[in-house]
Design a protein around this ligand. Structure first.
Ligand code: TRP
Length: 340
């Protein structure tokens, strides 16, 4: 009797499921790590965590097949090197689980043309260009499928993906209302402060893979010399005061923000310890290197054995497939498809 009660309690108090995705396009940088991946690593201990490398999303824009394959392996290796533990969380490649594309169609037929047209990411990237891939337009329905297929409760995303998550919620609610309860309606999780890393050369812009100059970006696999060089050349200002004030001192504030995210102290407190930009830059360099060193060591160890990465991804896809297929079956039944 007691075990039955305990089990019932356990199922009703199930840990929330978290799901997030990242595109295999371009090398990861410290903004990706401090803003997202580090939180994923932490979340895996508290939640039932699923992380997917979204290669289907990567083909919505011009791409090279060879590069895509290379980036996918590199990203998987980096995520594991950064601390995602395949024994604790589920890491998989989106295209390995065909349920994503299948569910995506049902959701494209639940979302409207108007809703997809209002997505700011499409408006920015699409720019009324006739040659834009149709998949870039329907991209948010695929993202909704990624999330809803797993009945995810929580989705950690950056500010730029908020609107897509709102749409995911709307689609889930509409589907549930029209066709019967099928999906968990997910919530966005707010990333902790101190995680907004800007470009070192252009500190009013977010550090981004698509930036023109590489000198403003610290890649996770950069050599220590390179990191030191990039930080020493980072744009500051001429008033020679170490102060945290992003609107009027974006460069210095960005260094403080990065250092803060690395050592876990707030930027104002850190600022009060320095009177010279050179010293701030020196400590920032050291802090970045000590954060990245273990990751880089793990990366080089892992890359000696590509078979191991393939195996991890296979196990991940097998686990993911079971859950996603269940959801797709239910969605197909509820939408009115004849059982095969
Ligand atoms: N669109 C997201 C981005 O570009 C990536 C993504 C795809 C995603 N599917 C997802 C994020 C599901 C969270 C959940 O950053």
């Amino acid at each position: 009797m007691r075990t039955v009660v305990a089990k019932l309690l356990l199922t009703s108090m199930a840990v929330p499921r978290v799901l997030s995705g990242i595109q295999p396009s371009g090398e990861l940088h410290i903004g990706n790590y401090l803003g997202a991946i580090r939180n994923w690593v932490r979340d895996q201990y508290e939640h039932d965590a699923f992380y997917t490398i979204v290669d289907l999303h990567a083909i919505t824009v011009e791409h090279s097949p060879k590069e895509l394959r290379r980036s996918t392996v590199e990203l998987a290796t980096t995520l594991i090197a950064a601390g995602l533990d395949p024994k604790i969380c589920t890491i998989f490649v989106q295209s390995h689980v065909s349920a994503h594309t299948e569910l995506s169609w049902l959701l494209e037929c639940t979302a409207t043309f108007g809703e997809l047209s209002r997505m700011t990411q499409f408006k920015d990237k699409g720019k009324n260009d006739e040659s834009v891939r149709a998949g870039l337009f329907t991209y948010p329905a695929l993202m909704a499928a990624d999330i809803l297929a797993y009945q995810a409760d929580l989705v950690p995303v950056g500010e730029d993906q908020r609107q897509h998550l709102e749409l995911t919620r709307d689609i889930a609610i509409r589907f549930n209302t029209k066709y019967g309860t099928t999906f968990t309606v997910p919530k966005a999780t707010i990333p902790p402060v101190g995680a907004r890393v800007m470009d070192l050369m252009n500190p009013t812009k977010k550090m981004s893979k698509s930036a023109q100059a590489q000198s403003g970006i610290i890649y996770l696999l950069d050599s220590h010399d390179n990191i030191a060089k990039k930080i020493s050349r980072a744009v500051t200002d001429t008033d020679n005061q170490v102060k945290y004030d992003p609107p009027s001192k974006p460069g210095v504030s960005n260094l403080l923000e990065i250092l803060s995210a690395c050592i876990g102290e707030d930027p104002e407190t850190i600022a009060s310890r320095y009177s010279r930009y050179g010293d701030l830059k020196k400590e920032t360099t050291e802090a970045i290197i000590s954060v990245l060193k273990p990751l880089q060591q793990n990366y080089f160890e892992l890359s000696k054995d590509p078979g191991q990465i393939a195996e991890i991804l296979e196990i991940g896809a097998n686990k993911a497939r079971v859950i996603a297929n269940q959801t797709v079956s239910l969605a197909k039944e509820n939408i009115g498809f004849l059982a095969p």
